[in-house]
Unconditional design. Structure first.
Lengths: 125, 354
């Protein structure tokens, strides 16, 4: 069962995403801020991380960069889930190392499909 | 009567009053805490059923069965709706419709009690239900400034282009709403607001004309270029003309070339000349070289800087002429050197430095 780490400070989105991905057959772990998310990523080494951008303590972008800079976590698949939807933001997200980008407001089924697709690509790679 | 006989009862009275006030305040605080705790408890109770419905397409929570918890379901739905799109969002709106929440909110939006009116408008806004437009628009003229602000945001969330005249009209109402709030609401509606904004370009209020121009630029409204050009050339308010130039900069239509070149003239105000010089960078940087060189030599830093920046994008000929100004060391040379460096013309720049 693939393990997904969700790092999101909005409780509604965190719970809804966790609920949806659990139903899809994933094992889900949640954290509410960037610092705790980074620690959990290093400890759990999940199969994929769903990462919010604007969070307290460490932003999702900083978490993404920190994970990519560490050889142990550099290849963890990351999906940014964020309200920052400008073209320049999306470019920054990918430049920081995100594998995919979902902008809020979001569709939980679409997010679940993207999780499946990114996981499949990670396995193939 | 001794002094003591007067002072002691007064002190006792004051003490009793103070004690009573303290008790009343503490009781109020405790009541608020209890209300909040009850609300949180209800939210926690209903959350699984709402999430089940949204996340798994489960059955909708039953308004009758949930009884007093329906208010919590409604609150959770209002909180979730702006974060969702697609079928899950539609399901939540359907839930509110089937429970009569939308109709209740339409009625509540004009009742006494500012908090209730604001909540009703917020619900109507996030629901995106088109028939709520009249009630939400009426909220823009509410006597309470917070309700007016909620109404503006709600109109943006409704996403209905029919809201544009109401939002722009609010800028001319005696009860004001901050322009920034109106702007955000219109931006939320998106490019489909463009037709209404084009009408706003001829409104009596300069704030309305300026905001309309700015947003049309953001929406890349090519169809609005003729009106924006007219605004640029003829508006009596300098700030509005500058915003029209900025909008044309964003859109980048060559149809604005002649009007923008006219705004570079020395008789025009420096802010307009600077905005026009910058706008030419997307409209036709190579076509206005002579006028831009004159602007570069104007002695106004902002005008010269914008002119130099545009010339640096105008192709080899314009860059050579800019480099000549840079190497001349006269008026405009600083801005020319800056622009050449910023555009990474190493061959020209090293020649200047040498």
């Amino acid at each position: 069962m693939p393990q997904i780490l969700i790092v999101e400070d909005d409780p509604d989105i965190r719970e809804l995403t966790a609920f949806k991905l659990t139903l899809e057959g994933h094992e889900v772990h949640v954290e509410a801020d960037g610092e705790a998310g980074l620690a959990a990523a290093r400890e759990l080494m999940p199969d994929l991380i769903v990462l919010d951008w604007m969070m307290p303590r460490l932003t999702g972008l900083e978490v993404c960069q920190a994970l990519r800079a560490d050889p142990a976590t550099a290849s963890l698949p990351i999906i940014l889930l964020t309200a920052k939807a400008q073209e320049a933001d999306i470019q920054r997200g990918f430049a920081a190392g995100a594998d995919d980008y979902v902008s809020k407001p979001f569709s939980p089924p679409e997010l679940a499909s993207r999780v499946t697709a990114v996981l499949a690509r990670a396995v193939t790679a | 009567m001794s002094m003591q006989a007067v002072v002691v009862p007064v002190l006792i009275g004051l003490g009793l009053t103070l004690a009573t006030l303290t008790i009343v305040a503490a009781a109020g605080k405790a009541r608020r805490r209890a209300t909040d705790a009850r609300r949180e408890r209800r939210l926690a109770e209903v959350r699984p059923s709402v999430l089940r419905m949204v996340g798994a397409g489960g059955p909708a929570p039953d308004a009758e069965a949930e009884g007093a918890s329906w208010a919590a379901i409604e609150e959770l739905a209002v909180s979730l709706l702006p974060k969702l799109r697609g079928a899950d969002r539609a399901g939540l709106v359907e839930l509110l419709e089937s429970a009569g929440s939308i109709e209740r909110a339409r009625r509540r939006s004009s009742r006494p009690g500012a908090v209730g009116r604001a909540r009703a408008l917020e619900l109507l806004g996030v629901s995106g239900v088109p028939r709520a437009l009249p009630e939400v628009a009426r909220g823009l003229r509410d006597r309470d400034p917070e309700v007016r602000a909620v109404a503006a945001r709600a109109l943006g969330k409704l996403g209905n282009p029919g809201a544009v005249p109401f939002l722009l009209g609010a800028l001319e109402e005696p009860r004001p709403i901050p322009v920034s709030l109106i702007g955000m609401a219109l931006a939320h509606i998106g490019p489909q607001a463009s037709d209404g904004l084009r009408v706003g370009l001829s409104a009596p209020s300069p704030a309305c004309r300026g905001l309309s121009a700015e947003l049309l630029g953001h929406f890349d409204a090519v169809a609005a270029v003729p009106e924006l050009v007219a605004l640029l050339e003829h508006d009596p308010v300098l700030g509005v003309r500058v915003r029209a130039a900025d909008a044309l900069h964003r859109i980048g239509s060559p149809h604005a070339l002649r009007a923008l070149m006219g705004c570079l003239d020395a008789s025009q105000a420096p802010p307009l000349r600077a905005a026009a010089a910058q706008a030419l960078s997307t409209v036709g940087p190579g076509a206005a070289q002579d006028d831009l060189l004159l602007a570069l030599a104007s002695g106004h830093h902002s005008v010269a800087r914008a002119a130099a920046g545009t010339l640096s994008l105008g192709g080899p000929g314009a860059v050579r002429r800019l480099a000549a100004v840079a190497s001349g060391g006269g008026v405009g040379s600083v801005e020319a050197i800056e622009a050449l460096a910023a555009q990474d013309h190493p061959e020209v720049f090293s020649g200047v430095a040498a």
